[in-house]
Each structure stands twice: as structure tokens, then as C-alpha cells.
Design a protein around this ligand. Structure first.
Ligand SMILES: Cc1cc2nc3c(=O)[nH]c(=O)nc-3n(C[C@H](O)[C@H](O)[C@H](O)COP(=O)(O)O)c2cc1C
Length: 414
């Protein structure tokens, strides 16, 4: 019977344990988690979502305070179009977060950064260019482009000296999305180094509509593997979404995937950025508690716990401090929804907004409990302590469980 450790992910001459821990913003996939994964020979991700805020917490900088002070005059204004990111500050924050992480890297594995393109930051092209170029400047091993993938993104860094040496990859949820990307990208003569295929059971935003349940990862992987074979393109395909055990991973590796990307099992790792209280919510969840809704202003469905505090919250939009979801014209679906509720309830001290949420503020405060479909199985991966809480696990324990387990078994911690 095969185990994940019988396979290797090959990048040129480099051979890696074929386990990738996916990016989880905002700072849920911390540098510590990514570094442990790399130390164990796999690929870890940090995320560049809200990186100025992450830098403030990690390095005591004051990017968010400075921005808030600068745009304070606009706080009561419904029009957020004047709020722009200082590109120099964005570059500085990215270089700090990436640079410190890469300096601390040990072992044979790699650390990538997850760049969600849906963070349009009121200037989509300029900000994405700065985010990617600064991560490359600071020595990141690779970049994974996700959520809102724009077909021309590789072109934004085509002049960077590391454009051909860093590993660049994309996340897609269909063969069609991959075909479009490859077609548009052809003129750069630079293929993606990997393609992560994310199915409908993943955490975070989904690359499907509310009919997500009609899709299945194995089918999409088979289509993509077949398409790449027909086109004679040797791009490693990485399966993601709902891979909960080592045996699940082996079934994808045997199907032709070069590696798996996993995340949910690591949300309860000691190294994961979620507060301990939130980790206990993930452990306690039952199957009925895992829902997919459309409250994210990005327009993508998102999976989360039913008791997520962000649901129904009617806080004032925090764009003067954050503003990561402002489109190129200063709009965000939450601002529209919030202003509608305020107009409907002119005398109310607080309003409730059910259809959208202020994702920046709530993700930043760990109040949007996004999670994968199988979160309800996390309780089966650990022990219950005398006080009724669940024991969190080391990332090493979870990683090795994926790497060495067989027969759908999950090893409990000592
Ligand atoms: C808490 C959480 C946050 C996530 N945030 C992001 C993100 O910021 N960007 C992204 O591309 N994917 C994100 N994902 C998706 C993961 O990177 C990964 O591809 C997916 O969840 C794998 O499926 P699994 O969780 O069933 O193992 C997130 C997943 C979780 C569980």
C-alpha cells in the first residue's frame, strides 16, 4: 500500500515531499507554519493579504496607523475612491514580511507567497505588480496567484530579474480557466511552473458558483491532466480541496497529480495564526455548521462556520485603514450594502448587514471563520483534554501524518 512519501514533487533538479500547505489569509498561514512545512521538505505558503497590517504586528511598523491618519478626513464619506495605497509602503511591508521569512528558512523545502488577485486595492494592476515584484526582491521561492486570477498577471513582472528563476504558479478550478490563462500567457514564453487545481470542498473563496456541490475534484483533475498531455505540456498539477488523509492524497498522486495542497488540517496547528479560541470553534464544528454563502464582497462564494461573527455585522466600512477590496473605482459591495441599511434605518445607532460583510476588518480580526468542508472531522484528528477542549497539534505532526499514513488512518497526538 502506497504512502505519500513514496512520491516526490520534482521542480527541475529539486525533489520535494509532495505536500503543500496552502496560503490562508490574513496571516492564518503564518511564517511559522510555512517555515515548518519547508523544514520538513514540503512547500509552505505565507500570504500577502493585508501585508501592511501583518508587518505592523510582526515588526512593530505603523503602516495602518499612518494610512488611517492620512485618510481620516474621509471616514464619514460614502465615496472611497480617493483612498489609495502608498506603493512605497506596500513594497516596504511586503519586503519585510517575505524577507524575514526567507531569512529564517531552514531545510530543503520551499516557501511561496499566496497572492489573491481579488485584493484589487483601488488600483489592481499597480498594486499587484508591487506585491509580486517586492516578494521576488525579498527572495521568495515562488508565487501562487489565486482568487480572481487575471490573465495578464505574469506580464506585470516580466522585466523582473527573477521572472524566470522563481517558481510561478496559478490556482484554477476548471480546465477552461487554465486554457484561457495559457492562451493569454503564450506570448511571454513562460509557462506556469505549477497549476493548483482547487475543487469545491476547499476553504476560503471558491472558484465555483453556488452550484459548487455539483463539481468534483477528481473529475476536474482528470480533465486537466488529459488536456496537458494532449498539448504536451509538462506542468505539474497539484490537487487541492477536501484532501483530509494521507490516503486521500495518495489517490490523487496515483491519478497523475504531482502533489497535493492542503489547509484545513493545519488550521488547528499550534503554528497557525488563528487565535486558540477560534481553533476550538473549528474543532467543535459539526457537519451542519459548515456553510457556503455569498457574503464576501468579492462576488465569490465562501465557506465558513455558521456562527462566524462577521455574518450580519453592520460595522462602518474600514477602507481608510484597509480598503483591500476596493475595485479600481473605489467601490466595494459591502459599502453599497452598508449604505443601503443606513439609509433604511436613519435613526439606528447600529445596523445589521446580512448580504455582505466587511471582509477586510473581519478577516484582520479573525472574525470571519472561513474553513474547508471537512472541518467537522478535525475533532477526529486529536484528543479531548480534561477541561473539554481539544488539543491543538504541531504542524510537524500533521505534516508527517499526511506523509506516512495508510489505510485512511489518522495518528492522534501523544
Ligand atoms: C482558513 C482558510 C483560509 C484560506 N485562505 C485562502 C487564501 O487567502 N487564499 C487562497 O488562495 N486560498 C485560501 N484558502 C484555500 C487553501 O489555500 C487550500 O487551497 C484549500 O483550503 C485546500 O483544501 P483543504 O482545506 O480541504 O485542505 C484558505 C483555506 C482555509 C481553510
Amino acid at each position: 500500500m502506497k504512502r505519500v512519501d513514496d512520491f516526490r514533487l520534482k521542480f527541475g533538479k529539486k525533489e520535494l515531499v509532495p505536500i503543500i500547505v496552502g496560503g490562508m489569509g490574513v496571516d492564518i498561514s503564518t511564517a511559522e507554519l510555512a517555515l515548518e512545512t519547508a523544514r520538513l521538505g514540503g512547500i509552505g505558503h505565507i500570504s500577502d493579504a493585508m501585508v501592511p497590517d501583518v508587518s505592523d504586528k510582526r515588526f512593530d511598523t505603523s503602516f495602518v496607523k499612518d494610512k488611517t491618519r492620512f485618510y481620516k478626513y474621509n471616514i464619514d464619506n460614502a465615496d472611497k475612491s480617493s483612498i489609495k495605497f502608498d506603493l512605497g509602503a506596500l513594497a516596504d511591508a511586503t519586503r519585510r514580511h517575505v524577507g524575514a521569512t526567507m531569512q529564517a528558512k531552514r531545510g530543503e523545502g520551499l516557501v511561496f507567497v499566496n497572492c489573491m488577485e481579488k485584493l484589487t486595492m483601488n488600483a489592481p494592476r499597480e498594486t499587484l505588480q508591487v506585491r509580486m515584484a517586492s516578494a521576488l526582491d525579498a527572495g521568495i521561492d515562488g508565487i501562487t496567484l489565486s482568487a480572481g486570477l487575471h490573465l495578464g498577471s505574469f506580464g506585470l513582472i516580466a522585466d523582473h530579474p527573477r521572472f524566470r528563476d522563481a517558481r510561478l504558479g496559478i490556482i484554477v478550478s476548471s480546465v477552461r480557466a487554465l486554457q484561457l490563462f495559457l492562451r493569454k500567457n503564450a506570448r511571454l514564453d513562460r509557462l506556469p511552473d505549477f497549476v493548483i487545481v482547487e475543487g469545491p470542498l476547499a476553504g476560503g473563496h471558491l472558484g465555483f458558483g453556488m452550484d459548487w456541490a455539483q463539481y468534483d475534484l477528481a473529475t476536474i483533475i482528470a480533465e486537466i491532466v488529459q488536456y496537458l498531455k494532449t498539448e504536451q505540456l509538462a506542468i505539474p498539477v497539484i490537487a487541492a480541496g477536501g484532501i483530509f488523509t494521507g490516503s486521500d492524497a495518495v489517490s490523487f498522486l496515483e491519478q497523475g497529480a504531482a502533489a497535493v495542497q492542503v489547509a484545513t488540517r493545519f488550521t488547528v496547528a499550534n503554528e497557525c495564526g488563528l487565535p486558540d479560541k477560534v481553533k476550538q470553534e473549528y474543532f467543535r464544528a459539526s457537519e451542519d455548521d459548515i456553510i457556503v454563502n455569498t457574503i464576501s464582497p468579492t462576488g465569490y462564494p465562501m465557506r465558513m462556520l455558521r456562527n462566524t461573527p462577521a455574518i450580519g455585522s453592520g460595522i462602518r466600512p474600514g477602507c481608510e485603514s484597509y480598503g483591500y477590496l476596493l475595485d479600481g473605482n473605489g467601490n466595494c459591495a459591502y459599502i453599497t450594502a452598508y449604505n443601503r441599511e443606513v439609509a433604511l434605518h436613519p435613526n439606528a445607532k447600529t445596523v445589521s448587514v446580512m448580504d455582505k460583510t466587511c471582509l477586510c476588518t473581519h478577516m484582520r480580526n479573525y472574525n470571519c471563520w472561513t474553513c474547508g468542508h471537512y472541518t467537522y472531522r478535525l475533532k477526529d484528528t486529536t484528543r479531548r483534554l480534561a477541561d473539554g477542549s481539544y488539543q491543538t497539534l504541531s504542524a510537524e505532526h500533521i505534516f508527517k501524518d499526511y506523509q506516512f499514513s495508510t489505510d485512511q488512518k489518522i495518528v492522534l497526538p501523544a
